[in-house]
Design a protein. Structure first.
Length: 96
C-alpha cells in the first residue's frame, strides 16, 4: 500500500515538473521564432523594403521580449536563471 501512495505522489510531482519545463520550452521556441522573423526583417531592409523590414523587426522584438519575460518568471532548473539573464544581455546588445 505504501508503494502505491509513493507512486501517486511521484506521478503528481512529475506532472508539475513537466508542466513547468513545458512553459520554458515553449517560451524558448517563441524566442527562436521571433529571432528568425527579425532576421527576415533585416533581410527585407537590406533588399530595400525598409518599412516592411522595420515593422517586422519591431513586431518580433516585442514577441521576443514577451517570451523572454515568460522564461525569466519560470526558472525551474539549476543554471536556468543565469542562462536566461545572459540571453537578456545578449538581446540588449543585438537591439543596440
Amino acid at each position: 500500500m505504501q508503494s502505491i501512495i509513493q507512486f501517486r505522489y511521484l506521478g503528481k510531482s512529475i506532472d508539475v515538473i513537466l508542466k513547468e519545463n513545458y512553459h520554458s520550452v515553449v517560451a524558448c521556441q517563441d524566442m527562436k521564432e521571433a529571432l528568425e522573423r527579425m532576421d527576415s526583417g533585416v533581410l527585407f531592409t537590406s533588399l530595400g523594403y525598409q518599412q516592411l523590414g522595420n515593422e517586422q523587426i519591431k513586431k518580433n522584438e516585442a514577441a521576443f521580449e514577451k517570451a523572454l519575460q515568460i522564461e525569466l518568471h519560470n526558472i525551474t532548473v539549476p543554471g536556468e536563471g543565469e542562462k536566461s539573464h545572459s540571453i537578456t544581455g545578449t538581446f540588449q546588445q543585438l537591439q543596440s
